[in-house]
Structures are given as C-alpha cells and as structure tokens.
Design a protein around this ligand. Structure first.
Ligand SMILES: Nc1nc2c(ncn2[C@@H]2O[C@H](COP(=O)(O)OP(=O)(O)O)[C@@H](O)[C@H]2O)c(=O)[nH]1
Ligand SMILES: [Mg+2]
Length: 488
C-alpha cells in the first residue's frame, strides 16, 4: 500500500513491525487499537484473518512506520513436527503449497512466517495472558519456528483484563518475562492489552523497540518514535484543555435565586424559596451533565475512538453528590433542643428530606442559626460573589474527581474494543484519583474561590484550571505507569 504522500521512501526509512501470534490471540484487535481505525475482521474464532495486511501506523517526514497484521499460527505442534524433519525448515515450509481450505492452519502459518521473513524488522508476538505458558502449549513450538527466521521478538501480553495497579501488572509481566528467558530471540516482554491499554504504554513500547531496531533503521525509527510520542502528547494536552474548560465552566455557572426574607430566615413561609433552590439545583445539574457529556465526547474523538458518551444525570446528581447520609438520632435531638421554635421546624423538614453531601457543614450551619444558607448548602449550592447560586466548594471537588476519572476511562479505551461504552472504573483508579485530588485540594479550592467568590475573568480561570488539570493528570499517569515520561 503506498503512503498517502504517494512517495515510497528508501528501505532505510521504512520501519516494519509484524504482529504474529497463535490464531485468535487478538492481533487484529490490537492493530485497530494502535492504528485508531477499524481494519480487518475480528471474531472469536480461529483463522479469521487470512491474508497478511499492511497498515500505515505513521508517516512522518518521508519516513514510514508500518504494521502488518497476519493470519497467525495454526496447528503449531504439527507445524513444528513437519519442520523438524527438514534440513532447511523455513525454506522448505515456504516453498510448499498448502490448500487454503483443507489445510488452513498450515496455510495461515505459512503466511505468517513469510511475513516475518520478508517484511519484519521486529516481530510483535502476542500472547493471550489469560492462558499461562504452561497451558498454552503452542507458544514453545512457535518460538522455535520464529527462532529459525532470526528476527528480534518483543512479546506483548494481551487480554490482561481491566487496568490493574502498577505492582500487580509488573508482577504478571515479570513472570512471563522469566518464562521467555530461555528464548534468545525474545528481547523484552511488555503488557499491552488491546482493550484496556493506555497510550502511555504505547510510548513505552516505542522506547523498548528503539534499541532492537536494525542498525540501518535506527535513525528513521528515532524520528518516527518521537513523532508517535508527540502525537500522543498532543492528545494528552488537548484533553487537559478540554477538562480545564469543563472545570472553568463549572465555577462560572450560576443561577439567579432571590435572597431570603427575614421571615424565611427564621423558617416561616419557606416553601416557595425551597422550591426555587430545588429548581436551581436541577438547572445546574442538567447543565453540568451536558458539559460533562460534551467534554467526554471531545476526548473520545481526540483519542481516535468512535461512539458517544451518554448523559449521566443521575450519576452526577443523585448517586455521587446527593447521598443521603444517616444522621444519628442523638444529633437531631440535641439540635432540636438547641434550636427550638422555628428552627426546630426547619430541622424537621430537613430530616424528612434527608441529609446530603456536606451534611456536617449543614448541621454546623443550623446550630449557628444560618437558616436558608444551610439549606442551600444541603443542595450543594452556595451564593457566589455575583449573588447567584453556584455549585459549592465540596461539590466542585467532586467534579474535579469525576473529570479525572472520565479522562482515565477514555485514555485507556482501546479502539479494538469497539465503540465507546462506559464501564465501571477499576477500584484502584477511584483510590488514586481521590489521593491526587486531596493532594491538589488547595489548587481546586483556589480555582473555585476565584471563580465563585471573586468572579475573576474567565481567561484567568482557564489558565489556572489548565495548570491544575495538567498537574493532576500527569500525577495520575506517572503513578499508574512509573515508566511514563511526560516531559518530552
Ligand atoms: N477481553 C479482551 N478480548 C480481546 C482482546 N483482544 C482481542 N480480544 C478478543 O479475542 C478475539 C480474537 O481477536 P482477533 O483480533 O480477531 O484475534 P486474531 O486472530 O489474533 O487477529 C475477539 O473475540 C476479540 O474481541 C483484549 O485485549 N481483551
Ligand atoms: Mg486477525
């Protein structure tokens, strides 16, 4: 396939990676994830891909990085038995004519081997990580066959499942690495799940490939690797800008609700005002959900994925933020006796409605006789410097947390998995995001404060939001992938 530029560069400027594995390990799926486009056919069956197919991973400065998807090896034990009988096994095997229909496993194996011999600078050999090498009896014969061709091999662990903690992932890789030690052609073993890999791992893959390249292609690959990493970094920075705009909009968004009258402050005739607060909260919630959906869709596009995020109003408003907390009876009665009269009535109302996020502040507010102020807080709203109602500081912190989780979900989503679908985050992401937000809580609070309380210009806010988001995302990625280098 000619490159889009139409010019075929000299051989030293074309770097070729060949995806090889036992059939059905996930080569075509991984190719889609790396290419950010749907190629070939994917099915949970043997020998779905029947031809070697070349795809352009990257063209940069008249240099090409190509990726071959191959049919993969079939009946490997039988293949090896046949080859062992021959004095020059590879030459013999490639010169045979196998029937594509009746001898499909051998025919496919021949295609794969031909591709390695004729095209590959480096072989990316995929294994299905759910089948340990002791069970996957085909790996050993396939390694033996590949060793006759003599191209360097990088083993990729596919189907490792949802993202896990760095230590757990590393332990799994280490055990595979240990197993592959006896095969001299295997230079390294990396984890790269076609469904759940992160772009940071792709950058690491490129770093690992660099010293394995044949001498004549080292320079070309150095340039291609940098272009690859710059592209990924560009997506990262653009995603950070998207999230910074999301958070800027969150602190700027506000809704008009009149201030309470003196009577209302003492809990008399508050029904209408309470309704107004509820309406304000609903309006803010809908707008927030729309913004999160748009930002997620922008990130989906940026990452070369297809599909749409759903508007998840309930998650943002009910589940995450409006957790009705149980307040011990003892606190209610203590409060009731302190407040008495009208305040006692207010407390009874709140008790009926249940306590919300930030309940501690509410109880404190009530005890101090703050009336409607406390009620607003119970809806996670506050009155800003512009006298409108805005999301509270606590709620905003949660929005920061959600924005970071949305990023992690998109950044790990492999195109090979199909159209974008939301799924439950791995538990360690939740823990890590909480940790990172706690470490950056001053920055988050400052952003909220300059937006909501001080009404600072949007451009200033955006800048401050970008610095916060960038720091948080970099922190997350480096903790998830200690080998990540985001400074390039
Ligand atoms: N869970 C999971 N399934 C995968 C992954 N990669 C591939 N698969 C599935 O494995 C099956 C075979 O994939 P395919 O790409 O056609 O394998 P190939 O024969 O090596 O090209 C398909 O059902 C894929 O959806 C992965 O990373 N995770
Ligand atoms: Mg395939």
């Amino acid at each position: 396939m000619p490159p889009p530029s139409g010019i075929t560069p000299p051989a030293s400027d074309i770097v070729t990676l060949s995806l090889i594995s036992h059939t059905n390990a996930g080569k075509t799926t991984l190719a889609r994830t790396l290419l950010r486009r749907d190629i070939g056919e994917v099915r949970d069956a043997a020998h779905v891909t029947l031809q070697n197919e070349s795809h352009l991973l990257l063209e940069h400065d008249a240099r090409l990085l190509r990726l071959w998807d191959t049919p993969g090896f079939g009946d490997s034990a039988r293949l090896l038995k046949r080859l062992r009988r021959e004095r020059n096994p590879v030459v013999w095997f490639l010169s045979q004519t196998w029937d594509r229909l009746t001898d499909r496993p051998l025919w496919c194996s021949q295609q794969a081997l031909r591709n390695v011999r004729e095209e590959a600078d480096i072989v990316l050999y995929l294994v299905n990580a759910t089948e340990p090498p002791e069970i996957a009896s085909y790996i050993r014969p396939e390694m033996e066959v590949l060793s006759w061709v003599g191209k360097p091999v990088l083993v990729l662990l596919n189907q490792t499942g949802p993202a896990r903690e760095a230590a757990e992932e590393e332990a799994e890789t280490a055990s595979w690495r240990q197993w592959f030690r006896e095969f001299e052609l295997v230079r390294e073993v990396l984890s790269l799940d076609a469904f759940a890999r992160c772009w940071v791992q792709e950058d690491h893959l490129m770093e690992t490939l660099a010293p394995m390249m044949p001498e004549a292609k080292q320079e070309a690959f150095r340039q291609l690797k940098r272009a690859w990493q710059n592209r990924n970094l560009g997506v990262f920075q653009q995603s950070a800008r998207t999230l910074a705009e999301l958070l800027t909009a969150a602190v700027l968004d506000g809704t008009e609700v009149r201030t309470e009258t003196l009577l209302e402050r003492f809990g008399i005739g508050r029904t209408e005002l309470n309704k107004a607060y509820q309406t304000a909260r609903e309006q803010l919630s809908v707008r927030l959900a729309d913004r999160v959906m748009r930002a997620t869709n922008d990130m989906i596009r940026l990452h070369g994925l297809e599909g749409e995020a759903a508007r998840r109003l309930s998650r943002l408003t009910e589940d995450q933020f409006h957790n009705r907390q149980q307040v011990p009876e003892a606190i209610w009665s203590a409060l009731g006796s302190v407040a008495g009269g009208a305040m006692g009535g207010l407390i009874a109302d709140l008790k009926m409605g249940g306590m919300t996020f930030g309940g501690g502040a509410l109880v404190g507010g009530l005890a101090a006789g703050l009336g409607a102020y406390a009620l607003i807080k119970s809806y996670n709203l506050v009155r800003g410097g512009d006298h409108r109602l805005h999301w509270s500081r606590e709620h905003f912190r949660e929005q920061v947390r959600l924005a970071l989780l949305a990023y992690l979900a998109v950044a790990h989503y492999g195109r090979g998995r199909g159209d974008w679908q939301e799924s439950a985050e791995p538990a360690h992401w939740n823990r890590l995001v909480e940790e990172v937000v706690n470490e950056h809580v001053e920055g988050a609070d400052r952003l909220w404060s300059i937006g909501v309380e001080q009404g600072v210009m949007p451009e200033v806010l955006s800048k401050s939001a970008l610095a916060l988001v960038h720091d948080c995302l970099a922190c997350l990625l480096v903790r998830l992938y200690p080998a990540a280098d985001l400074s390039r």
